[in-house]
Design a protein around this ligand. Structure first.
Ligand SMILES: [Zn+2]
Length: 254
């Protein structure tokens, strides 16, 4: 089995393997037939959303069986589709794009859309967000979900976002806030996966953001508005669209 996996990986390019993976998920979605929940990204209904994560941090009712959107992706789409950000030929930069949203934004003729990732197979262009290859004042909107917590120099990345945003531009950030921490927990000397796993619970994390996340953004020059879906929607809507565990939206203006 391991050998077959190795051959499969070697023969097929990464982009094709990703497409096959999503196609298999869509085929499997028939086992979720029902109408108890609804994904606002693909507008399909299911008896429940699928589970997501590994054994230690597994979340139930999280991932859309059809388009693979997560709670946070659906909340981002809820906010975007109710805003005026997706028109006027706005230039949009989407970092580490969530596929469920990327496909919709690519088809939207009212905007100029660009997705970016360190891995060129996962987006339209390759980009290191601590050194963005675009001029100052280039974008009206930047979307960045659960990325800066895995970037070693998060402040440098945020400063780059500030630089490439237009004067009235908006950055929408989503990050998990560890409510047990008043201040962001970060050990600068942790430079191995093993150390980071021990400290943060995941080897890819560079820190755990605490209650000071909003102030960290303000200190860099952003004006910040925090949107909590639970304060804007009823409990039945939160359940129907699977927004529980979605976290907050940090709407940052230049
Ligand atoms: Zn969906």
């Amino acid at each position: 089995m391991i050998l077959i996996k190795k051959i499969y990986k070697k023969i097929l390019p990464e982009k094709l393997r990703i497409n096959i993976r999503f196609l298999i998920k869509k085929i499997n979605s028939v086992s979720y037939r029902g109408n108890q929940v609804k994904c606002n990204c693909c507008n399909k209904e299911f008896r429940e959303f699928g589970s997501y994560g590994d054994r230690e941090v597994k979340r139930v009712n999280a991932v859309c069986p059809w388009c693979s959107s997560l709670e946070r992706t659906r909340v981002l789409w809820w906010y975007l589709s109710g805003s005026n950000l997706l028109n006027n030929q706005n230039k949009i930069l989407h970092i580490a794009p969530e596929r469920a949203i990327e496909k919709k934004l690519q088809k939207n003729n009212s905007i100029e859309y660009l997705s970016a990732d360190l891995n060129p197979n996962l987006a339209m262009v390759k980009m290191d967000i601590t050194n963005i290859q675009y001029n100052d004042d280039s974008f009206d909107l930047i979307l960045c979900s659960h990325v800066i917590s895995v970037v070693k120099q998060d402040k440098k990345a945020l400063t780059e976002f500030l630089r490439v945003l237009k004067k009235d531009g908006v950055l929408i950030l989503q990050e998990h806030i560890y409510t047990q921490y008043k201040e962001t927990f970060e050990v600068f000397s942790a430079d191995s996966d093993a150390e980071r796993y021990k400290l943060y619970g995941a080897p890819y994390l560079q820190r755990c953001y605490g209650h000071d996340f909003e102030n960290r953004l303000k200190d860099l020059g952003f004006k910040v508005k925090v949107i909590n879906p639970a304060e804007n929607l009823s409990p039945s809507e939160i359940h129907k669209f699977g927004f529980q565990n979605s976290g907050l939206l940090f709407i940052c203006n230049k």
